[in-house]
Ligand binder design. Structure first.
Ligand SMILES: Cc1cc2nc3c(=O)[nH]c(=O)nc-3n(C[C@H](O)[C@H](O)[C@H](O)COP(=O)(O)OP(=O)(O)OC[C@H]3O[C@@H](n4cnc5c(N)ncnc54)[C@H](O)[C@@H]3O)c2cc1C
Length: 376
């Protein structure tokens, strides 16, 4: 078994892959151009919501999301034990709220297939709905209550993973500057050159976890990697967890109460290249929806506004698996709206592949080579 693994990218996917690979006995090093967790992973709302995020069909993507949600209890326990830090995992359940009776039929049909997968969802109206979420606007006609969905404080989970990785002896190299080049060695292994590091970083195996920036690898790997950034603008209000008991999703925005005394409200989806600035227009829609659904927020100023870049792929599915049939190079990127949710399942699938397992059905559905019809 090759022992040296180099992880490229210090977001939640890279840190999770590093953590899992180290637990399986690999000698792991991780390199990050900037700050660990400084991109999408630090910006995320931390919702673990496979049902709310998948309303159409129980495809392979939904199944990966669900598997990942069900890994969380053990995953959080292990990361918290290894780090000594809390990731603020809250088993809140969620409410998908609707104003119009016309939404009932689609909600019922999605509940039917969710429940076939064990969701235990139910429709709630009137006093039962107010009992679950007393501060919700009385305009809500009904909601789908999904008890299994939960959330973490994403910056907290990133910090816990970083500390756990450090304590396990993983070499975490941050502020390495941009990647200048990459060489794949014919005798096995690969090297990368980073602007702020002298010489090459060489390893037997490479795992590319560079989120929205993964398209840059096209030139070194010779495959098509259609990943692009989708900016998410998001804000928070001061507020206590008791004020918002569940994650609440509407067609315009979502709200999540955090133990740190914040109510997070997200998020826009706009195309702005690699620009992470926050615009009035991006936040305006969230403020309007907040007033409509939670009158208590109407008079509150936002406490914080920020943005991050979701790594979106051309078909909406992540890229997980070997590249050019070369088991020395693996990719784990393109998790778009669900990278926090998918972090444990991605880490385990990637480590299985490092161990030489095929990854089963997931390997073909999520193959990074699926966009490359003719090798270039
Ligand atoms: C506003 C917002 C809200 C979100 N809410 C949720 C949510 O509630 N639940 C959920 O599951 N997901 C959510 N997401 C999505 C989630 O944040 C992403 O899917 C996830 O963070 C992707 O993780 P990552 O590690 O792949 O990417 P990133 O965190 O972006 O990390 C990639 C890292 O790779 C580095 N990098 C770039 N090039 C190289 C290179 N050549 N070599 C080495 N490193 C490199 C970058 O600097 C970066 O730090 C949200 C995203 C946003 C923006």
């Amino acid at each position: 078994m090759p022992q040296n693994v180099l992880i490229l990218g210090g977001g939640i996917i890279g840190l999770s892959c590093a953590f899992e690979a180290a637990r399986r006995g690999y000698r792991v090093r991780l390199v990050e151009p900037g700050r660990l967790g400084g991109q999408a992973s630090g910006a995320a709302a931390g919702m673990l919501a496979p049902y709310s995020e998948n309303t159409e069909q129980p495809d392979e993507f939904f199944q990966l999301c669900l598997r990942s949600l069900r890994l969380f209890p053990e995953w959080i326990r292990d990361v918290e034990e290894a780090s000594g830090l809390k990731a603020d995992w809250v088993q809140s359940g969620s409410l998908n709220v609707f104003r119009h009776e016309a939404d009932l039929l689609p909600a019922e049909s999605r509940m039917r297939w969710h429940n076939a997968w064990g969701a235990k969802e139910e429709l709630v109206t009137g006093a039962a709905l107010r009992g679950l979420e007393p501060r919700l606007s009385s305009d809500a006609a009904f909601a789908v209550y999904s008890p299994e969905e939960s959330h973490v404080y994403a910056p907290g989970l990133v910090a816990a993973l970083e500390t756990a990785c450090g304590k396990m002896g993983i070499d975490l190299i941050d502020h390495a500057g941009e990647m200048l080049s990459m060489e794949i060695h014919s005798g096995g292994g690969a090297s990368v050159f980073m602007a702020n590091l002298p010489g090459a970083l060489r390893a037997d195996r490479l795992v590319i976890c560079s989120g929205a920036w993964t398209g840059q690898f096209e030139r070194w790997l010779g495959i098509a990697i259609p990943i692009h950034p989708i900016r998410g603008q998001i804000c928070s209000y001061e507020g206590q967890l008791e004020e918002l008991r569940h994650m609440v999703f509407s067609s315009q925005a979502y709200w999540v109460g955090k133990r740190i005394g914040r109510i997070v409200c997200g998020a826009s989806e706009d195309v702005a290249g690699f620009d992470t600035s926050v615009t009035e227009r991006g936040i305006e829609r969230l403020l309007r929806a907040s007033k409509q659904w939670f009158p208590m927020l109407a008079e509150r100023e936002t406490a914080h506004r920020w943005a991050g870049l979701r790594p979106a792929t051309a078909d909406g599915l992540p890229l997980i698996g070997p590249v050019r049939g070369n088991p020395a190079i693996l990719m784990a990127a393109g998790h778009y709206r669900n990278g926090v949710l998918l972090s444990p399942a991605t880490a385990k699938l990637t480590a299985d592949m490092l161990d030489g397992l095929t990854g089963g059905q997931s390997a073909s559905v999520f193959s990074p080579e699926r966009f490359t019809l003719v090798p270039r």
